[in-house]
Design a protein around this ligand. Structure first.
Ligand code: E4P
Length: 240
C-alpha cells in the first residue's frame, strides 16, 4: 500500500514524513488555495519536506492539453525530483497522459467517479487513477463498490495502473477501499495519526507504565542495563 499526504502545508508534511511510510504528496488547486501566497515558495518548501525521491503531485489548471504540458514543465523547472501530474479524464486530459509520460512525468488521472473513466485512464498509460470516495459516497453512496468494480476491471485487463483513492471523511472509508482493491490512498496529515491510534493501544500502554513504575520508577532500559548504571537492588529496596 502506498500512503500519500493530501496537503500543501510543508511543515505538517515534514512532520508526517518523520514517522510514517510516505510515498509522496498530493495537491490540487483547492489544497494549494488553502496555503495561498507565493506558489514558488510553496512548491519549493513541499519538495524540501519530502525530498527528491518521493512523488510530488500537482494539478495544472489549464483545461487544454498544451496548457497542461506548459504548466507541468514550469513546475519541473522550479522543483525537479519525482513529479506526478494530475489530469482530469476529459478528452484534453487523456490526450495529455501519453505526452506527459513521454516527457518523463508520472501521471495520475484524477476526479474519477466511474469504472469506465478508470479503464480509459489506464488505457492511456496513467500510473495512478484517483477515485474521490467521500464525494461519491455523499452523492449516491457506494464508494467502495466503485473501487471494487474498477479494481476488478483493471486486473482483468492486466493493467499496471494503481487505484489511488482520495477524499475521505473517516477511517472506515479508507479500510473499505483497501479491502476493495485500492493500491494507494491519500489522506490528510491528521488522518495519519488517527489511523495509527486506538483507545485499546492507549490502555495497554497505560497498564505497562502502571506495572513498571513501582519497580523501576521512571528509569528506562538503557539506564537500567548500562554497566555501572542504576543499582537495581537499591531501587527495589527503595520501592519496597
Ligand atoms: C486528492 O488530491 C483529492 O483532490 C482530494 O483528496 C479531494 O478531497 P476532498 O473531497 O476532501 O476535497
Amino acid at each position: 500500500m502506498e500512503y500519500f499526504i493530501d496537503s500543501a502545508d510543508a511543515r505538517a508534511v515534514a512532520d508526517v514524513c518523520r514517522s510514517f511510510p510516505v510515498a509522496g504528496v498530493t495537491t490540487n488547486p483547492t489544497i494549494l488555495s488553502r496555503v495561498g501566497g507565493d506558489l514558488r515558495a510553496v512548491f519549493t518548501a513541499l519538495r524540501a519536506a519530502i525530498g527528491s525521491e518521493r512523488l510530488l503531485h500537482f494539478e495544472p489548471v489549464s483545461p487544454d492539453t498544451e496548457g497542461i504540458l506548459r504548466e507541468a514543465d514550469a513546475v519541473r523547472a522550479l522543483v525537479g525530483g519525482r513529479l506526478a501530474v494530475k489530469v482530469p479524464p476529459t478528452p484534453d486530459g487523456l490526450r495529455a497522459v501519453p505526452l506527459l509520460k513521454d516527457a518523463g512525468f508520472a501521471v495520475t488521472v484524477t476526479a474519477v467517479f466511474s469504472p469506465q473513466q478508470a479503464m480509459l485512464a489506464a488505457a492511456c498509460g496513467a500510473d495512478y487513477v484517483a477515485p474521490y470516495i467521500n464525494r461519491f459516497d455523499t452523492v449516491c453512496g457506494g464508494g467502495a463498490e466503485l473501487v471494487r468494480a474498477a479494481a476488478s476491471l483493471l486486473a482483468a485487463d492486466g493493467s499496471r495502473a494503481k487505484l489511488l483513492c482520495a477524499s475521505f471523511r473517516n477511517i472506515r472509508q479508507i479500510e473499505e477501499v483497501m479491502e476493495a482493491g485500492a493500491r494507494a490512498v491519500t489522506v490528510t496529515p491528521e488522518t495519519f495519526c488517527a489511523m495509527a491510534s486506538h483507545p485499546m493501544t492507549d490502555l495497554a500502554l497505560e497498564a505497562f507504565r502502571r506495572d513498571w513504575q513501582p519497580i523501576w520508577g521512571d528509569s528506562a532500559l538503557d539506564e537500567l542495563l548500562a554497566p555501572g548504571g542504576k543499582d537495581m537492588k537499591d531501587m527495589i529496596n527503595k520501592n519496597s
